[in-house]
Design a protein around this ligand. Structure first.
Ligand SMILES: [Cu+2]
Length: 91
């Protein structure tokens, strides 16, 4: 019983170490925009997965466990790609 509990707790803490970030971006209109943003974030090794939802104008970023990507870095990269961050939400 005690072992099971610690396994559950371990599972929670591992999840907590990976960041799940939703970034609302203004100015994205087509798939070229999405490609530009993906390209801009490509060198960031902390990112496990990045998805661009064109309908909702949201970029979702999932980092590797134990890694994070700061709001400042996200804003900087989005701006360098030519867009603006409307909001950043972390789960
Ligand atoms: Cu575009």
């Amino acid at each position: 019983m005690k072992k099971m509990l610690s396994l559950i707790l371990l599972g929670f803490s591992l999840n907590a170490l990976a960041a799940d970030i939703s970034v609302k971006v203004s100015g994205m209109v087509c798939s070229m925009c999405a490609q530009g943003i993906k390209k801009k974030f490509a060198p960031e090794t902390s990112i496990r997965e990045l998805r661009v939802n064109m309908d909702e104008k949201v970029v979702t970023i999932q980092t590797h466990e134990g890694k994070d990507l700061s709001d400042e870095t996200i804003k900087k990269l989005i701006q360098e790609a030519g867009y603006n961050v409307a909001s950043i939400e972390r789960k």
